[in-house]
Design a protein around this ligand. Structure first.
Ligand code: F6P
Length: 360
């Protein structure tokens, strides 16, 4: 009988998840292993009957590599250590997950997730003695151990394309255009797409700014003879008064970032008189086709993760370093949250281009 491994996707979706599932299935089959795909993160281990699919290479042929989302489904709420029940109480359901996992008769579990998911999955794996291998994915690119996580490059491409589309309309109407991008508490998407898309101002959660500084830059651009300005702002940038622009999600009760672009638009008009528009890019950064870079990264991660399971090497995260996939202890990988370092090479690049980044 063939040996089996299980795989699941967890946390917010992003482009490249289907590519990693495809790589794991194809490579495992080449090595004579079977793959079980658990649906909806750990959610598939909390239902009766359990919600999983046996995955064959035929299941991942053709369009799968190119498709956004995850065909297994995912979730970014419902922490099993404090699982929300219909009556409003929260209970620990990790024992059920561990028992369900054992019933699958697999040799190991590959989890594809961001830092939050890996913290939870690593804790469950440690508690239940589950042989676990982690693959990092997140458009936020904030998993410390890897230079790139699956989904980041595509999100940057999408944000850059948005700037390419905003620039001609800004120029046609003599306007300031603001693009609000995701990234949670890290400014990687804003910084990278802002440089790629020719922004005049890039505001990051990691670097303080002033409205006077923003207004001055817009006036300077106008004085130079250019009739439009482009601004990129990361969703977690605070208002000048110090608070986040955010929304309380009525279904989960959680706070979500959103609205800083609208605030800035009003402030810029007040401070400069410029006609200003804003756009919140939102979840299009996560959906859609993965770019070539994410497909390659996902494929390399999927192959390496399967190799680890087959070799019986667990409690490792596969990461991208110096043009190669390597692996590090999961704990080490999730300990370090990576936001933009103000001394980062790309910060230097942006400043070298005269982009206003804040006051530090
Ligand atoms: O972590 C990925 C991410 O897209 C963040 O950039 C964003 O803040 C958050 O998830 C949005 O979450 P949701 O899908 O719950 O709206």
């Amino acid at each position: 009988m063939a040996k089996k491994l299980a795989i699941l996707t967890s946390g917010g979706d992003c482009a490249g998840l289907n590519a990693v599932l495809r790589a794991a299935v194809i490579h495992a089959h080449h090595l004579g292993w079977e793959v079980i795909g658990i649906r909806h993160g750990t959610g598939g281990l909390l239902t009766t009957p359990l919600d999983y699919m046996v995955l064959t290479p035929q299941d991942v042929e053709g369009p799968i590599l190119r498709q956004g989302g995850t065909f297994l489904g995912t979730t970014n709420h419902g922490n099993p250590f404090a699982y929300p029940m219909p009556d409003g109480t929260k209970i620990d359901r990790t024992g059920e997950i561990i028992a369900a996992f054992r019933s699958l008769g697999v040799e190991g579990l590959i989890g594809v997730g961001g830092d939050g998911s890996h913290k939870i999955l690593h804790r469950i794996a440690t508690q239940g003695g589950i042989p676990y291998v982690a693959i990092p994915k997140t458009i936020d690119n904030d998993v410390g151990a890897t230079e790139n996580a699956i989904g980041f490059a595509t999100a940057v491409d999408v944000a850059t394309e948005a700037l390419d589309r905003l620039q001609p309309t800004a120029a046609s109407h003599d306007r300031v255009m603001i693009l609000e991008v995701m990234g949670r508490d890290a400014g990687h998407i804003a910084l990278t797409s802002g440089i790629a898309g020719g922004a005049d101002i890039i505001l990051l959660p990691e670097i303080p700014y002033t409205l006077a500084g923003v207004a001055q830059k817009i006036k300077d651009v106008k004085k130079s003879g250019r009739n439009f300005s482009l601004v990129v702002v990361a969703e977690a940038v605070k208002k000048e008064t110090g608070e986040h622009a955010s929304i309380i999600d009525s279904t989960t009760g959680r706070e979500r970032y959103g609205g800083i672009g609208h605030y800035l638009a009003e402030m810029i008009t007040q401070h400069t008189g410029a006609e200003t528009r804003f756009m919140v890019l939102g979840h299009v950064q996560r959906g859609g086709q993965p770019g070539a870079q994410d497909r390659v990264l996902a494929t390399a991660f999927g192959v390496h993760a399967v190799d680890l399971v087959v070799a019986g090497v667990f409690d490792r995260m596969v990461v991208w370093r110096n043009r190669a996939v390597v692996d590090v202890p999961v704990l080490e990988a999730i300990e370090h949250y990576r936001c933009v370092d103000p001394s980062d090479a790309l910060v230097h690049t942006a400043r070298g281009m005269g982009i206003y980044l804040g006051n530090v």
